[in-house]
Every structure is written in structure tokens, then in C-alpha cells.
Design a protein around this ligand. Structure first.
Ligand code: NAD
Ligand code: TYD
Length: 360
């Protein structure tokens, strides 16, 4: 039985990954989830696993060397899947320091914890151990509107404090692979969407505001492009890279689903109108009149687009979920989980929203 140490498993992608892995492997695996439960971490995302004897939750900060050492000392960890991070660009523009702490120093601490546990006296590593560092395509910078893609060979050119901190963490993982032959992979994925995403990110924020008849804030001219991937496809890609990828390699995950932000917002309005029953009073407000162009994000990257050629050729992964289906599933999930949305938007979220959007 393999034991996985997942960091940041109470967040958006981490919780989807843990669900995906238990669906796929059942009780053939054990998962230990270490998460500090910041504003982005929500134990409710994993409430269905509380009784699962193969699942353990540890509340700890990935920067806490003692706490991480203890997990490795008490468990024979086979795989690390490292999601924990500060992940929102707008927050990084307001307060970069915590991004450097968690994303850079936290990653260094995770690398040290795994290295100490897995390294043999001759400097080689125990057979079969693997560390996967989950990163973003934002490390590659911004593409022009009229062409080009991010490849694994594209030079790093991060612009936001978030992407700079992720780039820095990627370089640390690369340094451990090059210096110690530390058994790792890096994945750089495009924008994810799906269930359990915190409503500070575009898609859940727009769904939530639209359902409440609130204005829909679109930054700048709304023509920035992101390459959207359904979260379950990302989770599948991570697992496939760990099982079928070549050690020490980087794989880009994403592909060929580019949309302008304004298109996304209009698709959400149209889909919600289709889904709401005729008599639902919220339909009345659900028009494009809700769209509100606001001051642009500072340093806003224009376009991201992944070329997934390498992961397709070497690992056999491809993006399975069509956007039309994925967005319907996502909206249906938020529709059915309005209590989840109420819980995460009470309290601190209100002041976050006011600070970020009021008078913008
Ligand atoms: P998220 O913000 O939803 O979740 C982050 C999780 O990490 C939360 O559960 C939080 O409590 C935890 N965490 C934060 N700081 C911590 C600390 N110091 N110690 C322990 N736990 C801590 O993020 P997400 O969207 O699920 O992203 C997960 C990973 O995937 C990140 O590394 C991110 O850079 C990467 N990524 C995200 C996307 C995307 O579109 N969301 C795309 C590509 C890559
Ligand atoms: P986001 O979901 O924050 O992801 P990222 O910045 O990591 O790509 O934003 C996606 C795009 O949507 C980005 O171009 C910024 C834009 N955006 C808005 O126009 N309005 C919003 O309220 C938010 C949160 C994002």
C-alpha cells in the first residue's frame, strides 16, 4: 500500500485530487493531508472522508520544519504531492511577503523533509520515492494575443509576486534534482476551474455574484486570455506524471481551451439562465447588464496558453473534459452547494471583497 503525503489538500485542487485518488485507488492507498487551514483551506471540502481509516488530516504549516519532520518520521511516505501555496495573484499584489514565506520557504522545507527521510548514506535515495511539485504556467510570463504557446523549454519570466514566488519554488525543486538527484517532477498547469474553488478566483466569483444579482467585475478590457482546464483533468495528469512520467522532468498540463475573460462571464450568465427554472425570480437580473468593467489588475498578464505536447507523447495524458461540459458541471455544483458558498463568503470574505472591489 502506497502512502501519499499531500500538502494543501484542504484547498481547491488538493481536495479534488484527494477525492480523485480515493475514487481511483479505493483503500489501496493511504493519504495524509497536511494543511495550515488558511482562509483558502476548508475542512468541509473533505468532510466525507472523516470516517475513512485511510485518510489522516494534520493541521500544520509547511514552513514548520519540526511538524514536517515528525510526519516523515512517523510514516513511511512513498509519494509527496505538494499543492500548499498562497495562490491568488490579486492578494500577492497587496501583500507579497506571505507568498515568499509559504511558496518559497515552505517548498524548501518540504524538500528538506523528504530528502532527510529518503536519502541513503551513500547519497542515493530509497527506491520508488517520488516528490511532485505542483506549479503554474504563470511562471512563463505572458504571451502576445496573436500566437505562441508555453513549452517546458520556454524561459521563465514571471511578473506578479505570486508567479515570482512559484518560479522561485520551481527553481529550488530543480536545484534539488540537479544537485542531489532528488527524485522529483514538476508540473506547470494552466488555470483550473471546477467544484470547491474559492470565490476569489474568476469563475466561482462570477457564479456567486450572478446568483445574487450583484455586479460582475471584469478587469481592464476583459480580453485577457486564460487556458482553462477542468480540475479533475489536472488531478488525473498529476497522478499520471507520478506513475508514468520520467523522473526529473517537467510537464506542462493544460491545452487548447483559450477564452477571453469576457467570454467566460457571458457563458456563465447564459448557462445560469438555462439552468434556472422559468419561475425563479433571479432570472430577471441575470443579463449582461450585470457586467461591470473595473480598473485593471496591476501588471496584468495578457495571455496564457499551454502546449501539452510532451505530456501527451510521454505520459498519454490529454485534456478530456470539453469546456462546455466542465462549465456546466461546475455551475451545477455551485448551484447545489449554496450552503458551502454561504460558509466561505461569511466573515473575512466580506472585508476582502470590499477591499478589492469597492469603488474600483
Ligand atoms: P488554494 O488557494 O485553493 O489552496 C491552497 C491550500 O494550501 C489551502 O488549503 C491552504 O490552507 C493551504 N496552505 C496555504 N498556506 C499553507 C501553509 N503555509 N502550510 C500549509 N498549508 C497551507 O490553491 P489551489 O488553487 O488549490 O492551488 C493549489 C496549487 O496548485 C498551488 O500550488 C498553485 O500554485 C497550483 N496551481 C493552481 C492553479 C489554479 O488554477 N488554481 C493552476 C496551476 C497551478
Ligand atoms: P484568476 O481567476 O484570479 O486567475 P489568474 O489571475 O491566476 O489567471 O483570474 C483569471 C482572469 O480573470 C485574470 O485575467 C483576471 C480576471 N479577473 C477579472 O476580470 N475579474 C475578477 O474579479 C477576477 C477575480 C479575475
Amino acid at each position: 500500500m502506497k502512502t501519499y503525503l499531500v500538502t494543501g489538500g484542504a484547498g481547491f485542487i488538493g481536495s479534488n485530487y484527494i477525492h480523485y485518488m480515493f475514487r481511483k485507488y479505493g483503500d489501496a492507498i493511504r493519504i495524509i493531508n497536511v494543511d495550515a487551514l488558511t482562509y483558502a483551506g476548508n475542512p468541509e471540502n473533505l468532510a466525507d472522508l472523516e470516517e475513512n481509516p485511510n485518510y489522516t488530516f494534520v493541521k500544520a504549516d509547511i514552513c514548520d520544519a519540526e511538524a514536517i519532520r515528525k510526519i516523515f518520521a512517523e510514516n513511511e511516505i512513498d509519494r509527496v504531492v505538494h499543492f500548499a501555496a498562497e495562490s491568488h495573484v490579486d492578494r500577492s499584489i497587496k501583500d507579497p511577503a506571505v507568498f515568499v514565506k509559504t511558496n518559497v520557504l515552505g517548498t524548501l522545507n518540504m524538500l528538506n523533509g523528504a530528502k532527510e527521510a529518503w536519502e541513503l548514506p551513500d547519497g542515493s535515495f530509497k527506491e520508488g520515492k517520488k516528490f511532485l511539485h505542483v506549479s503554474t504556467d504563470e511562471v512563463y510570463g505572458s504571451l502576445s494575443e496573436d500566437g505562441g504557446y508555453f513549452y517546458e523549454t520556454t524561459p521563465y519570466d514571471p511578473h506578479s509576486p505570486y508567479s515570482a514566488s512559484k518560479a522561485s519554488s520551481d527553481f529550488l525543486v530543480k536545484a534539488y534534482m540537479d544537485t542531489y538527484r532528488f527524485p522529483a517532477n514538476i508540473t506547470n498547469c494552466s488555470n483550473n476551474y471546477g467544484p470547491y474553488q474559492f470565490p476569489e478566483k474568476l469563475i466561482p466569483l462570477i457564479i456567486n455574484n450572478a446568483l445574487q444579482g450583484k455586479t460582475l467585475p471584469v478587469y481592464g478590457d476583459g480580453k485577457n486570455v486564460r487556458d482553462w482546464l477542468f480540475v479533475e483533468d489536472h488531478c488525473k495528469g498529476i497522478d499520471m506524471v507520478q506513475e508514468k512520467g520520467k523522473l526529473f522532468e517537467t510537464y506542462n498540463i493544460g491545452g487548447h481551451n483559450e477564452k477571453q475573460n469576457i467570454e467566460i462571464v457571458k457563458i456563465i450568465i447564459d448557462t445560469l439562465r438555462e439552468m434556472l427554472p422559468e419561475e425563479d425570480p433571479r432570472r430577471e437580473h441575470l443579463t449582461y447588464d450585470l457586467i461591470h468593467y473595473v480598473t485593471d489588475r496591476k501588471g496584468h498578464d495578457r495571455r496564457y496558453a499551454i502546449a501539452p505536447d510532451k505530456i501527451k507523447a510521454e505520459v498519454g495524458w490529454y485534456p478530456e473534459t470539453k469546456f462546455e461540459d466542465g462549465i456546466k458541471k461546475t455551475i451545477a455544483w455551485y448551484f447545489d452547494h449554496q450552503d458551502w458558498m454561504e460558509h466561505v463568503t461569511s466573515g473575512a470574505y466580506q472585508s476582502y471583497y470590499a477591499d478589492m472591489y469597492e469603488g474600483r
